[in-house]
Design a protein around this ligand. Structure first.
Ligand code: IPE
Ligand code: IPE
Ligand code: MG
Length: 255
């Protein structure tokens, strides 16, 4: 954790940060790119471009705050139903991001993983993402660094169903009978990672839109009206400080 960075954000926001209550894993539904562009009289795709910039800023902020895992919803299985031109731009931005940010992410100790059906993406995007994942696979070192999960062509129900089929194919009937919740987690795309502690959704929408349905069981939710392209380090800091005020009981009686 970069303490002078934290001090600067405390001053900027007037909020107090508690280093002992850091979320291990933050999940974000990056929403509102289209509305952001519309407010400026621009095409929706302009908003998506600005959204990529915002993501870069938030990744850097997570590194400075010492967050271990960041999962961002970048493209849902339902997003294929958008106009072909918009889907095309999103795909181009994806391969552009994968190629142009590769070295910077690796040098910044960010390991990129993809959650979702990679095989269902166009071949160019698939290749760019495979390169990005391979190049950053060992980017974290000495307990330092960030895992960045890109949820792409992702749907929560599809993930659970795929995990169920995988478990059924690999396990004996007896093992399947005895499979625990924790054991089942190993069949999901987030295997080996802690569940998100904090879920953020921008743009004022109050729904999950099929995101991490299993993993978010006990996450704290933070909704903000801020549109994704305007979501910066200070906004992330506000969300983390709000999270630190929550009383996480996990079903136990309050102390
Ligand atoms: C989020 O912004 C980006 C993606 C879903 C890919 P939107 O494109 O959903 O923007 P709004 O919600 O229409 O404003
Ligand atoms: C959810 O946002 C998916 C992503 C942010 C990638 P949407 O804008 O697609 O969700 P809905 O349609 O408002 O539920
Ligand atoms: Mg939206």
């Amino acid at each position: 954790m970069n303490m002078s960075y934290v001090a600067r954000l405390e001053e900027q926001t007037g909020l107090k940060f508690d280093p002992a209550k850091l979320p291990r894993h933050i999940a974000i539904i990056m929403d509102g790119n289209g509305r952001w562009a519309k407010q400026r009289g621009q095409e929706r795709t302009v908003g998506h471009r600005a959204g990529v910039e915002a993501l870069e800023g938030v990744v850097e902020a997570c590194r400075n705050l010492g967050i271990g895992y960041l999962t961002v919803y970048a493209f849902s299985t339902e997003n294929w139903s958008r106009p072909a031109a918009e889907v095309g731009t999103l795909m181009s931005l994806l391969s552009e991001f994968a190629a142009s940010k590769l070295l910077r992410l690796r040098d910044n100790q960010v390991e990129v993983r993809v959650l979702g059906d990679l095989a269902g993406l166009p071949v160019l995007q698939r290749a760019a993402l495979n390169r990005l994942m391979a190049a950053t696979a060992n980017a974290r070192s000495g307990g330092e660094g960030l895992v960045l999960n890109l949820a792409l062509n992702y749907g929560g129900r599809a993930e659970i169903l795929a995990g169920l089929k995988k478990a059924a194919a690999e396990l004996s009937p007896r093992e399947l009978q005895e499979l625990s919740e924790e054991g089942f987690g190993a069949y999901l795309t987030t295997a080996g990672q802690p569940d998100p502690d904090l879920l953020i959704r921008t743009s004022g929408e109050l729904r999950l839109s099929n995101f991490l349905l299993w993993q978010l069981a006990y996450a704290e939710f933070y909704f903000t009206e801020v549109l994704w392209p305007d979501f910066d380090a200070a906004e992330l800091f506000r969300a983390v400080c709000a999270y630190q005020q929550r009383d996480r009981r996990f079903g136990a009686a309050p102390v």
